[in-house]
Design a protein around this ligand. Structure first.
Ligand SMILES: NC(=O)c1ccc[n+]([C@@H]2O[C@H](COP(=O)([O-])OP(=O)(O)OC[C@H]3O[C@@H](n4cnc5c(N)ncnc54)[C@H](O)[C@@H]3O)[C@@H](O)[C@H]2O)c1
Length: 313
C-alpha cells in the first residue's frame, strides 16, 4: 500500500481523518525521508533535494505552515511534485503576536516582570518607557500578516508605513499606510516588524547597515523567520544601546541547541515560534495541509499550491 509520511509533530489522527477513504497508510516518520512507496509528505521538517530524489513515487509535499523555506521547492517542481502550504490559518494570531511583542518592548512589560521577580520594585527598571501612540511603525512585507498588523497599529494610534516591492504604492496607500522604500522606512521608523517570506533575496534583509539607519532606541520585532535578520548584528546593536529592544518569535536555529543557544539579553524578549498558535489555528493547519495531500492523491489540483510541477514524461 502507498504511504503518506508525517513528521512527529503532526497529529496522526487528524491526517488520517483528512485522508480517510484513500488507499494509503498514514505513518509518522522523521528525516532523512526515503521509500519507493511514499506518495505524500506532511512535514514541518526540512525536505531537501536529496530527500525528494529518494522518493520516486512522491506526488505532494504539504507543509503545515505559511513559509515553505524548509522545502526545496525547485527540486520538487522538477520531479513533478506539488508543494502546498496553508496560507491563512494564523493571520490574526501572528499579527496579535507581533503587536504583543511590540507592546512588551514599548511598555517594558517583560523586563519589569523580570525585575520584580528579582526582588526590585522600580518603575525605571526597564529604562525609559514610551507611549504607543508615539511609535512610528515600519512594516516590512505588506502581505496578509503585515496588513493585519498595520490595521491594529493604526487603530492604536501609531503612525504606520510599509515597504513591499511586490505591492503597489496605491494598494498600500489604500490601506491608510504610507508606502516607503526600505531605507526611508528604516530612517523614519521608531519600530520595525518583519513580515516577508524567507527567500534567497530576503535572507539577512536586515543587517548592520540597515540597523544603523534606524533612529537611536528603535525596536525590532521579527516573528517571520530568523534568517531575515543578521542575528549577531542585531544583538550587537541591542547590547550597544543602539536599539531600545528586540522581540523575536523565530531564531536562526530552532529549537535552540548547545551549539546555537537562544539569545538572552536585557530588553530582548524571545518566544518559541509560538506566533501561529491558537487552538483554532492548530486544528486548521494540519487539516488543511492533509486536505491538499488528499486533493493531489485524488487527481485534483490542490487549493494551496506554491508551485507548478513539471509534467513527468
Ligand atoms: N512564527 C510563526 O509562527 C509564523 C507563522 C506564519 C507565518 N510566518 C512567516 O510570516 C511570513 C509572512 O506571512 P504572510 O501570511 O503575511 O505571507 P504573505 O505571502 O501574505 O506576505 C508576504 C509579503 O512579503 C512580501 N515580500 C516579498 N519579498 C519582500 C522583500 N524583499 N521585502 C519586503 N517584502 C517582501 C510579499 O510581496 C508579500 O506581500 C511567512 O512567509 C512566514 O515565514 C511565521
Amino acid at each position: 500500500m502507498a504511504r503518506v509520511l508525517c513528521d512527529p509533530l503532526v497529529p496522526l489522527e487528524c491526517a488520517r481523518a483528512a485522508l480517510a477513504g484513500l488507499d494509503v497508510s498514514v505513518e509518522s516518520s522523521t528525516p532523512p525521508w526515503s521509500g519507493d512507496d511514499v506518495v505524500g509528505l506532511l512535514s514541518w521538517e526540512p525536505v531537501t533535494a536529496a530527500d525528494i530524489g529518494r522518493l520516486p513515487s512522491l506526488r505532494v509535499i504539504a507543509t503545515p505552515s505559511v513559509g515553505v523555506d524548509h522545502v526545496d521547492v525547485e527540486a520538487a517542481t522538477r520531479q513533478g511534485v506539488w508543494v502546498c502550504n496553508v496560507p491563512e490559518y494564523c493571520v490574526d494570531e501572528m499579527a496579535d503576536h507581533a503587536l504583543a511583542l511590540l507592546l512588551a518592548l514599548v511598555r517594558g512589560v517583560v523586563e519589569l516582570d523580570r525585575s520584580v521577580r528579582a526582588g526590585l520594585w522600580s518603575h525605571q527598571a526597564a529604562g525609559t518607557l514610551r507611549r504607543l501612540s508615539d511609535v512610528r511603525l515600519g512594516v516590512i512585507g505588506f502581505g496578509r500578516i503585515g496588513r493585519a498588523l498595520a490595521s491594529r497599529a493604526h487603530a492604536l494610534g501609531m503612525d504606520v508605513c510599509a515597504h513591499d516591492p511586490f505591492v503597489s504604492d496605491d494598494e498600500i496607500s489604500a490601506a491608510g499606510v504610507r508606502p516607503a522604500a526600505l531605507d526611508d522606512l528604516l530612517q523614519g521608523s521608531t519600530a520595525i516588524s518583519l513580515h516577508s517570506p524567507l527567500t534567497p533575496e530576503t535572507r539577512r534583509l536586515i543587517g548592520s547597515r540597515e540597523l544603523a539607519l534606524l533612529p537611536y532606541g528603535a525596536y525590532v520585532v521579527n516573528v517571520s523567520r530568523g534568517g531575515l535578520v543578521d542575528t549577531s548584528a542585531l544583538l550587537e546593536a541591542l547590547e550597544s544601546g543602539r536599539l531600545g529592544g528586540v522581540g523575536l518569535d523565530v531564531l536562526h536555529v530552532e529549537p535552540p541547541s548547545r551549539a546555537s543557544p537562544a539569545p538572552a539579553a536585557p530588553r530582548l524578549v524571545v518566544t518559541p515560534h509560538a506566533g501561529w498558535y491558537s487552538e483554532q489555528a492548530e486544528a486548521a493547519v494540519f487539516r488543511r495541509a492533509a486536505e491538499s495531500i488528499h486533493d493531489v492523491l485524488e487527481g485534483r489540483r490542490p487549493r494551496d499550491a506554491v508551485n507548478e510541477p513539471v509534467p513527468q514524461g
